[in-house]
Design a protein around this ligand. Structure first.
Ligand code: Z5A
Length: 210
């Protein structure tokens, strides 16, 4: 049992998870509470190097290779960053974790679940996953608006793919009591407030505002 909590910020591209994780980071920063922010793919020098390879348009690796890369980075990220922080009592806020592979890679790679299961003993089950839910059309519109034409390899997979990704996230959420679905089409200030309240509750932080 870890003293720190693992909190995952999850959802489709441009759903707002990074903006909300950064907002929580800002709110926690002045509290004296120990925590670390990280992300996937990446989070450590080794896994960040893999991130560049995975997202690069230079390579067109088979879906199985892509999944193996995600999990190779994830196992290392978990061992060298996530677990040590949790064991020291720090909370870890990660922008994506393994549910992203189950939502995205399982569409093109039927071996995804088997690879996930093989790696599972080396991973940590999140204490809370916040799923920032937006329809695929909204995600694509935000991506096109904010990426100024520079979409990465996965972002280029189109509406049908992203609709399936969203459905996969929602199906997983409906089977996981630790996943909270947040309507991320609402105004950003509202989404930020809801997110902060869930994080406070999860880590047991009480403030005068409560
Ligand atoms: N991927 C995968 O396939 N399998 C895996 O296992 C993992 C990842 C771990 C990179 O992920 C790619 O890796 C990603 C999934 C895949 N590719 N695809 N496709 P990433 O997380 O690094 O990148 P991303 O998914 O593209 O996330 P992002 O760029 O960081 O976007 P975001 O965090 O979801 O959203 P944001 O940057 O916070 O917000 C986007 C914009 O929307 C921004 O201008 C905000 O101001 C705006 N926004 C946010 N919330 C609102 C609301 N409520 N209203 C209006 N506007 C808003």
């Amino acid at each position: 049992m870890n003293a720190g909590k693992l909190i995952v910020f999850s959802g489709m591209d441009a759903c707002g998870k990074t903006t909300n994780r950064n907002h929580v980071d800002m709110r926690l920063n002045s509290t004296g509470i120990g925590y670390a922010c990280t992300r996937e793919p990446g989070g450590t020098p080794y896994a960040e190097a893999m991130r560049k390879l995975i997202l690069s348009k230079e390579f067109d690796a088979p879906p199985l290779s892509e999944v193996l890369m995600f999990y190779a980075g994830r196992v290392e990220h978990t061992k060298t960053l996530i677990k040590p922080y949790l064991e020291r009592g720090y909370h870890v806020l990660t922008d994506r974790y393994y549910d992203s592979s189950l939502a995205y890679q399982s569409i093109q790679c039927p071996e995804t679940k088997a690879i996930h299961d093989a790696c599972f003993p080396h991973l940590v089950v999140p204490d809370m996953t916040l799923l920032f839910d937006v329809p695929a059309e909204v995600a694509l519109e935000r991506m096109q608006r904010t990426r100024s034409g520079e979409m990465d390899k996965i972002e280029n997979r189109g509406l049908e793919y992203f609709t399936q990704v969203r459905n996969n996230f929602l199906t997983m959420a409906s089977n996981d009591p630790n996943t909270i679905v947040i309507d991320a089409t609402r105004p950003l200030s509202e989404v930020m407030d809801v997110t902060w309240n869930h994080v406070k509750h999860c880590i047991g932080y009480e403030t005068d505002e409560d």
